[in-house]
Design a protein. Sequence first.
Length: 352
Amino acid sequence: GHDNTGVNLLSGAKWLLEKVTVAFPESTSELAEFVCKQWLRDDHCSCHLQRSSSKDTELTIRVVTDAKRGSGTDGNVFLEILGEEGSNGKQKLSRSQNTDKFETGQTDIFKQFYRGDLGDIRMVVVYFEPSFLSKKWRLDHVAVDNPLNGQTLTFPCKQLFSSKTVLKKVIEPNSLDSLTFSDDEGDSTSEGLNSARSAASKSGFQKCKYTIRIVTGDVKNAGTDANVFLRCVGTQGELSERPLKNSLTFRDKFERGHTDVFEFEETTNIGDITDIHIRHDNANFRADWFLKEVVVERDIDKYNVKFQCNDWLAKSKTSLPQKHLHLDPKLPDSLEEEAALAAETGNSSAEE
């Protein structure tokens, strides 16, 4: 990861990391390669890399925007690919051969890296995030090439994406003549989501509900008013970064000694969760935050795992407003006690 500092007026601190290669000092020939192929930027400035293998897959994705006038968008588009062996996780389509992506009648080509073999691709999930000036997008279809099995599939969509129609759509492979264009701007958001869940169910994928428990430490000035974001990495995929907005337990989130609970429904099981990335945006007057631990639960297989932090996420202390937590043995209670003592003696501001 990087610390988001830098003075480049054009690109800021963002960094496109291709890969990391490690040479072993005891060997003259053995190299370990860790492929990334993603941007590290202010909203996602760290990543967890696993050693590459011969089964790693680079998928070629072609996204075709409808040719009708006004179909293009400057909003953000995300794609998740689901196969028999797992999911590549929700990934932003950010690096096209075209400078301006998703223009009317245009085909944009993207490369997505997946660790392992997805198997036969069963469906794709398209997500649309409107921008302030570009609130609609008409998608004609998506095509995916899988080099491991030579499979090329077409996913006809022919859908208007907007906050008034749908922002998420599950698409199964078919011929381009199988659909007519849906241009309905009625309030069908719920209908679109229910259709997506139905398609996932019929294709053999089960909904997973993830429950996230965020425990703020019980130390002086531990709480934060900043916005908090979380990403989870598992052995079979990942949950893309998302804001932790609506706590089920407290209206005023992330206060001293509180446990805030969040729930998310996903279309895939990401397996054993090995790493989480948690950060805040340093916004608002009181941004410094002492995070005790994060617990992740999944309903479909009663899975749960705890990640202990016991540290500050703060720019003003000897830390950064982000943490990468790896699944390690639980930290001893004495470590939290030491952190609490350091917080009490080193912070002279008013107590919450």
